[in-house]
Design a protein around this ligand. Structure first.
Ligand code: SAH
Length: 334
């Protein structure tokens, strides 16, 4: 915005004023930027988009989770999920329209990649949802766990993280922003150097063969090297890497898998999130029975890992992990 101001023969502070109105005050039109000259507001209205996405509809789950369906200027549809926790909100944002990774259990991958989102489109998900809240300051956590693979859209995602965490941007604590990846090794290395952000890795298997079956990305980003990259990821004091592990019946959820997982992660400050598979129509995989899920966790806990069973929220409105498609369910957009 400072560059834009300079380009229009204005003082750079005008740019900072506009940023303040957009990111802190969350105003929905330039009209409302009352400390700008009228003429400037007009110019802005004509030349600049204040919001890059349209809200097509929302759905609220029984558990309070709210799913937003957004449309980009070129009519791609993406979803964003607002998750109420006890004392704050977490927002789950999308980084791409569709996804090219094609993980066997994930619905988003079935549509393939439409395109990368711009940093502005990632930030706009945050702005528009936050603007609607009665207590916007309670939105403290952002997770890049919506549609898309954030490290496959590296430049725009890291730009978005910068704006989200800059003090004169949206001022989220970098301790409360988490990027989740299917494991693009080279980019994990870069990320550790470029931005401060929490890392989550969707592991989902503890041996190469099983991971190849579940996640094609493993064929050129093998598990062994992925774990090595995690070992080398610069972690601030006492912080941990989160490993997500979707439990699939008969595929990756036996006792041997749990023991392999414990061995694989040894020496890494790891927190393990076990996610029982969320089914959707047409998926030929299912979650294991509860006793096996509990046993899997017990094996990890006995080996001194922090392992939580994450019941996904928003399952009844297809807002849970792996269920985002960007397609309106019947009547949703009405
Ligand atoms: N592409 C990134 C960001 C998406 S995060 C990544 O892979 O990490 C989405 C999370 O949901 C991932 O951890 C993924 O493993 C999980 N997931 C995908 N499909 C799922 C399903 N059907 N049930 C439960 N979790 C699923």
């Amino acid at each position: 915005m400072e560059d834009w101001a300079k380009g229009h023969g204005l003082e750079p502070y005008r740019g900072r004023q506009i940023r303040h109105w957009m990111f802190k005050r969350l105003v929905s039109s330039f009209e409302k930027m009352t400390d700008l000259p009228k003429g400037l507001r007009k110019t802005l209205e004509q030349e600049v988009l204040i919001n890059t996405l349209d809200i097509l509809g929302t759905e609220v789950s029984r558990d309070g989770t709210k799913k937003y369906l957004f449309q980009t200027g070129d009519t791609h549809r993406i979803e964003t999920v607002l998750i109420p926790e006890r004392d704050h909100y977490t927002l789950c944002v999308s980084s791409q329209a569709g996804c090219a990774m094609n993980c066997r259990f994930c619905l988003t991958g079935r549509q393939g990649l439409k395109r990368d989102l711009k940093a502005s489109e990632i930030i706009d998900q945050v702005i528009q949802v936050k603007r609607e809240l009665d207590e916007p300051e309670r939105m403290t956590n952002i997770v890049f766990m919506g549609m898309g693979e954030p490290l496959a859209n590296y430049r725009e995602v890291t730009r978005a993280i910068e704006t989200l965490t800059e003090e004169d941007g949206m001022n989220f604590s970098h301790r409360k922003v988490t990027l989740s990846t299917c494991g693009i090794i080279r980019k994990i290395g870069e990320l550790g150097l470029d931005v401060k952000v929490n890392l989550a890795v969707s592991l989902n298997a503890a041996d190469e063969e099983t991971r190849n079956f579940l996640m094609p990305v493993n064929r050129w980003n093998p598990l062994k090297e992925l774990v090595e990259a995690c070992r080398n990821f610069p972690l601030p004091n006492r912080r941990m890497i989160t490993f997500e592990y979707v439990l699939v019946d008969g595929v990756n959820s036996g006792e041997r898998d749990a023991r392999n997982l414990a061995r694989l992660l040894s020496g890494i400050r790891a927190k393990i999130n076990l996610i029982p598979l969320n089914p959707y129509p047409g998926l030929d995989l299912s979650p294991p029975p509860m006793d096996r899920i509990l046993r899997f966790r017990e094996i990890l806990v006995n080996r001194h890992y922090t392992a939580l069973i994450r019941k996904s929220k928003g399952e009844d409105i297809s807002a849970a992990c792996g269920q985002l498609s960007g397609k309106a369910d019947r009547d949703q957009a009405a």
